[in-house]
Design a protein around this ligand. Structure first.
Ligand code: PMP
Length: 441
């Protein structure tokens, strides 16, 4: 029997969405939901912001779309400048999703090596319990076996290393020894594949869908980046979910003290208003590709769609003008501590972690052994359904498919949620988990 997944609410039981304002959504029957996760961590400034709607309408009035490879535009230039400033990187390929951003990152890495005369570097390494998207290469990179099995025969082979999970330590490894262990494991994998054949290592600085807002332990990013650099392997940070400000800094890897060679972003970039993503890359990569082929050999019809960029620019202006990242840095840690304290009476809550407004709660059947709930119980599906019943949108993620991780739920509220709204999200999550966890006890 396939495990009931986070998507186990059948289409005919889904509430029909009517409208949204700020942190709230309403269905056509008038039920109100507080959006604690922006669906899958998408809404950075909440729903229905008139400033974004006006900016998009104004752009649509002028022209909806100018083909990226024929025209520049104000939104394109403004967004590109903003991305350069925020990441310290040089150039970008725009996309309409996170998966395409990951595909673009992979192609950019391959082309970079090819153009610099090192065409044997064609392999990638990614982590277990990771999620990079639903296109074919992104599925191959994702360490999420249940989502790969049906396609396994057609997926490119990807080197695999452990998740960076301080809550679930590899056997025989201490918390203090974890970073060194993981860096050594990555190096061993590079050596196993043949260092001269490895193009890039991709990881999420804070794991999203596959791990429940799980940050790597301190020092991890620096240690793995050092291993990669030593072997000429590009560092690709997938910040589709954790980036664009969600953790309180514009790129999550900034807090880890590294600048990746390529960063992927989407979701909070345009905050759900219109589809927008990007693969952003270094000056060195840009120059090599410019010399080799005149630029990146990737791009789509809707790359840099003008109205989508206008939405992104409007969202990013609001984030900057309202000082929302500073607000997240101030409130995020306190909110996380409050949540941890308020969930303390539920023994099955094994771990509360995250960064900024990206918080994960991992629930387990046995807190002593950290044994996950039986897959057949479908705990994270139940959390989602009970949340909806109580008027809470949260993002159950991960799950115990391979028996090595518990069910998790992510909170990723809008950056501009008020204290009262964050309290309401916390109240509803606590009540939801009480009901579900007492029900499976
Ligand atoms: N990378 C990460 C880290 C993600 O969280 C996701 C989406 N959950 C993707 C890539 C894929 O993005 P999209 O669904 O927009 O294709």
């Amino acid at each position: 029997m396939p495990r009931p997944s986070a998507n186990d609410i059948t289409q005919d039981r889904l509430p029909k969405i009517s409208h949204g304002r700020g942190v709230y959504l309403w269905d056509v029957e008038g039920r109100q939901y507080v959006d604690g996760s922006g669906g899958p961590a998408v809404f950075s400034i909440g729903h229905g912001d008139p400033r974004v709607n006006a900016a998009v309408a104004a752009q649509m009035e002028k022209v909806a779309y100018g083909y990226r490879y024929l025209f520049s535009s104000d939104p394109l230039e403004e967004m590109s400048d903003m991305l350069r400033r925020s990441t310290g990187l040089a150039e970008m390929v725009y996309t309409t999703s996170g998966s395409e951003a990951v595909e673009s990152a992979v192609k950019i890495a391959l082309q970079y090596h090819y153009d610099r005369g090192d065409p044997a570097r064609v392999k990638f390494i990614a982590r277990k319990r990771s999620w990079h998207g639903n296109t074919l290469m992104a599925t191959a990179l994702s360490g999420f076996e249940e989502r790969q099995r049906a396609f396994a025969g057609a997926l490119p082979v990807v080197g695999r290393v452990s998740a960076a999970n301080a809550y679930r330590l590899p056997e025989g490894v201490s918390r203090e020894g974890l970073v060194a262990h993981l860096a050594a494991e990555l190096e061993a994998e590079i050596l196993r594949l043949g260092p001269e054949t490895v193009a890039g290592f991709i990881f999420e600085p804070v794991v999203g869908a596959a791990g429940g807002a799980l940050p790597a332990p301190e020092g991890y990013a620096k240690a793995v980046a050092e291993v990669c650099r030593r072997h000429g392997v590009l560092v690709i940070c997938d910040e589709v979910m954790c980036g664009s400000g969600r953790t309180g800094v514009w790129r999550a890897s900034e807090e880890d003290g590294i600048t990746a060679d390529i960063i992927t972003v989407a979701k909070s970039l345009s905050g759900g208003y219109l589809p927008l993503g990007a693969a952003i890359y270094s000056r060195e990569i840009a120059e090599v590709m410019a010399a080799g082929h005149g630029g990146p050999l990737t791009g789509h019809t809707y790359t840099g769609h003008t109205a989508c960029l206008a939405a992104g620019v409007a969202v990013q202006k609001i984030v900057a003008e309202e000082g929302l990242l500073a607000r997240i840095r101030d409130k995020g840690p306190r909110w996380q501590a409050e949540l941890r304290a308020r969930l303390g009476h539920l023994p099955q809550v094994g771990d509360v972690r995250g960064r900024g407004y990206f918080i994960g709660v991992e629930v387990v059947a046995d807190p002593a052994t950290k044994a996950p709930f039986e897959a057949s119980l479908g705990v994270n599906g139940r959390i989602r359904a009970e949340g909806l019943r109580r008027g809470l949108i949260c993002y159950p993620s991960g799950g115990n498919a391979d028996g090595v991780a518990g069910d998790t739920v992510i909170l990723a509220p809008p950056f501009n949620a008020t204290d009262g709204e964050l309290d309401e999200i916390a109240d509803k999550l606590v009540a939801t988990l009480e009901t579900v966890l007492n029900g499976v006890a």
